[in-house]
Design a protein around this ligand. Structure first.
Ligand code: AMP
Ligand code: GLY
Length: 417
């Protein structure tokens, strides 16, 4: 009881974490650094950026924080979790070394090769000429080119022909756009993609319900990639056997491998997986909760969130995590123009009439009114006994929200129906 929690981050994912912690009887006070307008309804927002390590530690010490939960990968990659652990404050989030599973594509690929985790065959290069020579010698398209580092989701190019591959490799290895680095070139895989997240403390792996993101901006999966336009759970196209197989051969295998490599996980392992004709394979790993998948998955957690996050942070005994057996569909309302340029500061009304859960991704309050403050603005969520019912409800309720500069996809969860 009377626990103080600090959540680090400012998006819909952190709103979901704060929302879930706010339902725990053990939690007295939640702080969020830096938070957003939606989070501010449940937590006290603190004006510290997610990578300002020294300020975060000093805040936690003066406010007697019992548990810190780190959301964004940038904060993990900046060593926020290491600093909390050194200061003796329980922290949910991987060390900087373990965050390599997301931050370095090459590290992740080498780990999977070493421990027989299924993924696309690959080679990695630092030199543009050598990379181009390899692409020419393979002469197979599409071919997948991945910049080796955190590139905010922009580091992957699926080249359809040689000129496209050449341009992408120039950008990644010769130009200034990414900084000097390496490129992983891998085989192109086909099949439906889905997200499998788990809470992990060292060898212990607790799976979350499967979910699916919608990365393209327009209906029918058209247009450029985004951070995700909506998500839903559960997935009808993955059987229980396939799920168990992926848990054992992918998530558990990687958790064990990371311990062996001296980089144990203490947070979320996110598998971006694909069901190919040759079985389930890994497209990527993230070292954090997925966004917007977390917004549909986490509200289904029945177990006490403080107990779960604290046990993952410290390794204390946790029997299992219980989940409500319900379908959830979440639709992102994004600013017109996103993922390109967009305006901010446009008023949003009607959110209080929405029957369901609204998690804020990019909002602010200006003169007492809720306004847009990002590309992805709101994640609107409804539950149902099945995906269709949840989908019908969320789209019905969305009509109550008004803003002259927001749009949303009309077909979230279409893969399930
Ligand atoms: P990543 O950042 O690695 O998740 O890649 C972004 C997106 O590119 C993925 O969600 C896939 O849609 C696509 N992609 C990545 N790797 C491959 C691959 N080997 N084959 C096919 N598509 C891929
Ligand atoms: N929804 C994809 C991600 O969080 O990376």
């Amino acid at each position: 009881m009377n626990k103080n929690v600090l959540v680090i981050g400012s998006g819909g994912r952190e709103h979901a974490i704060v929302y879930q912690l706010s339902r725990s009887a053990q939690v007295e006070h939640i702080y969020c650094a830096p938070g957003n307008a939606g989070i501010a309804q449940l937590a006290e927002c603190v004006a510290i950026k997610d990578t300002e390590v020294a300020q975060l530690i000093s805040f936690a010490q003066t406010h007697k924080i019992d548990l810190c939960v780190v959301g964004p990968e940038a904060a993990l990659a900046a060593g926020v979790a290491d600093a909390f652990r050194e200061a003796g404050i329980p922290v949910f989030g991987h060390s900087k070394a373990a965050t390599q599973i997301e931050a370095s594509k090459e590290f992740a690929k080498e780990l999977m090769a070493k421990y027989n985790v299924p993924t696309a065959a690959y080679r990695s290069f630092a030199d543009y000429e050598e990379a181009m020579q390899y692409v020419r010698s393979r002469n197979t398209y599409p071919t997948v080119l991945k910049y080796d580092g955190l590139a905010a989701g922009k580091g992957v190019v699926i080249a359809q022909d040689e000129p496209e591959a050449e341009q992408a490799l120039r950008d990644m290895l010769v130009g200034e756009a990414f900084g000097k680095g390496r490129v992983v070139i891998e085989d192109y895989l086909e099949g439906p993609e889905f997200s499998f997240m788990a809470f992990v403390h060292h060898h212990k792996v607790y799976p979350m319900p499967l979910s699916q993101d919608h990365k393209r901006v327009f209906d029918g999966d058209k247009g450029p990639n985004t951070g995700g336009m909506g998500a839903y759970t559960p997935l009808p196209f993955i059987s229980k056997e396939e799920e168990e197989w992926a848990q054992e051969h992918i998530l558990q295998a990687v958790a064990d491998a990371m311990v062996k490599e001296g980089k144990p996980l203490t947070g979320v392992l996110y598998g971006g997986l694909m069901k190919t004709k040759d079985g389930i394979k890994v497209i990527e790993f993230n070292a954090r909760f997925g966004d917007p998948e977390t917004e549909v998955v986490l509200p289904l957690m029945e177990s006490d969130a403080y107990t779960v996050f604290h046990a993952i942070a410290t390794g204390e005994e946790l029997e299992s995590i219980k989940w409500r057996n319900q379908a959830t569909v979440g639709v992102v309302m994004a600013s017109c123009g996103y993922p390109g340029a967009y305006q901010k500061g446009i008023e949003i009304t009607g959110t209080e009439d929405f029957d369901g859960l609204i998690l804020h991704m990019g909002t602010a309050v200006k003169d007492g009114r809720l306004v847009t403050n990002g590309g992805r603005v709101l994640m609107c969520i409804a539950h149902g006994t099945d995906v269709r019912q949840a989908q019908e409800k969320v789209y019905r309720e969305l009509e109550k929200i008004h803003c002259s500069n927001l749009f949303y996809r009309k077909d979230i969860a279409h893969w399930a129906l």
